[in-house]
Write a protein that binds this ligand. Structure first.
Ligand SMILES: [Zn+2]
Length: 300
């Protein structure tokens, strides 16, 4: 039994009146409550807000959930360039064919920033090195803090070492990796949309990152590695490998998975990324808020 998984994701949703939604949505609700309490990235699983679930998401009009989630994929590399970026971009193109997702991609930071006003989620797809200048960094930080979503994939943790906010947004930075090999991935958050469909132990092959810190004190860990199942891990018994958090009013998700091109044609990995994007867009929270709103008498 994983104590962390049992303790973190279950109890927080029960206070909400929409009991039918509580189990499914508890993770989002916990997140939303915490957003109201804090402007900074921090642990939100122990949120104990006693009020209803009104959030900034409520402020959007009732039709908001019918609009597609607008995603910008950014894959600029100033250091190592992963061959798998092409496979990742191809997969995001398939997302664009879904009615409720709208995907654009760019490696131009000027375009990225120009489009932020019409973006719900920014994806850093195996970016490396210094990819944004100071003005662009400020624009992305403002976007996140105001409620924008961020999804970092794999080498996103090998990016922007000199930008302190980015370290907060990611939760930890890449330091090293052993050779590509199979490992056992433990699902710690079986109710989070990005991991709920996975087996309790997900066996897969990837390049397994080590980090400069264990981010567990500031994020909700979704996946961790069983270091006894492969060679070259440096975190011992607690090796987070995918996690999420709130930053300001925004949501940030990071997964270190996705080095190999094969990952991007694996349906479980595809779903991991797709649901991460939807979670970061706060679409699920908006839908729940809409459902809650329909339970109470109209104000007029
Ligand atoms: Zn890699």
């Amino acid at each position: 039994m994983n104590e962390a998984a049992a303790g973190r994701v279950q109890p927080v949703g029960t206070r909400h009146r929409a009991a039918a939604f509580a189990l499914v949505w508890c993770l989002q609700v916990a997140c939303d409550d915490k957003e109201r309490q804090s402007q900074d990235a921090q642990h939100w699983v122990d949120a104990n807000a006693s009020e209803g679930s009104a959030t900034h998401a409520d402020e959007s009009d009732a039709g908001a959930s019918a609009e597609p989630v607008r995603v910008q994929v950014f894959s600029r590399t100033q250091g190592y360039r992963h061959e798998s970026i092409a496979a990742g971009l191809a997969m995001f193109e398939t997302f664009d064919q879904q009615e409720d997702l709208s995907v654009q991609s760019t490696e131009d930071p000027v375009r990225l920033v120009e489009r932020l006003s019409e973006t719900d989620v920014v994806v850093f797809l195996s970016t490396t090195g210094d990819v944004l200048d100071a003005v662009q960094e400020d624009a992305l930080e403002s976007f996140i803090r105001a409620g924008g979503g961020f999804v970092g994939v794999h080498a996103a943790a090998d990016t922007e070492y000199d930008w302190p906010f980015y370290g907060e947004l990611l939760g930890a930075r890449f330091t090293s990796h052993p050779d590509i090999q199979p490992a056992r991935v433990i699902v710690e958050a079986p109710r989070h949309p990005a991991t709920s469909f996975l087996p309790a132990v997900w066996e897969r092959t990837d390049e397994w990152y080590n980090f400069d810190r264990n981010p567990r004190d500031r994020v909700e860990v979704l996946l961790s590695l069983d270091e006894t199942s492969y060679a070259g891990g440096t975190h011992g018994a607690d090796h987070p490998i995918a996690w999420c958090q709130t930053v300001g009013q925004g949501r940030s998700f990071f997964t270190a998975l996705g080095h190999t091109s094969e990952s991007w044609s694996d349906s479980a990995f595809q779903q991991h990324i797709e649901q991460a994007v939807r979670w970061a867009a706060q679409r699920l929270a908006r839908e729940q808020n809409a459902a809650n709103a329909s339970d109470v008498p109209a104000r007029d």
